[in-house]
Design a binder for this molecule. Structure first.
Ligand code: F3S
Ligand code: F3S
Length: 105
């Protein structure tokens, strides 16, 4: 799966949403999250992010290695909604993200 990492926090450019063929990029309160079971690894989102927040999971920089778990755990309880258009913005965040000071730090 692809993963959105910390550079998205408080930036939320949203260019990535337009590129995703399966609409698996969901909006939280302070960042967006990729649903790992819905992502088909097409990679279209990665180059359009202006702050380089998106990585293939194996290529995540070490300092953001937590974000594979952060993206996955965001969907605990939500499961696999089958498209972000169905849920709309969710206005909540993973606890790791909620605890961050205002970004960019
Ligand atoms: Fe965030 Fe980049 Fe998408 S800032 S919303 S991952 S385009
Ligand atoms: Fe969508 Fe990016 Fe995955 S465009 S399918 S979230 S690699």
């Amino acid at each position: 799966t692809y993963v959105i990492a910390q550079p998205c926090v408080d930036v939320m450019d949203r260019s990535c949403i337009e590129e995703c063929p399966v609409d698996c990029i969901y909006e939280g309160g302070r960042m967006l999250y990729i649903q790992p079971d819905e992502c088909v690894d097409c990679g279209a989102c990665e180059p359009v992010c202006p702050v380089e927040a998106i990585y293939y999971e194996d290529d995540l920089p070490q300092q953001w290695s937590d974000y594979t778990r952060v993206n996955a755990e965001f969907f605990t309880g939500l499961g696999s909604p089958g498209g972000a258009a169905k849920t709309g913005p969710l206005a909540v965040d993973h606890p790791v993200v909620a605890a961050l000071p205002p970004q960019p730090a």
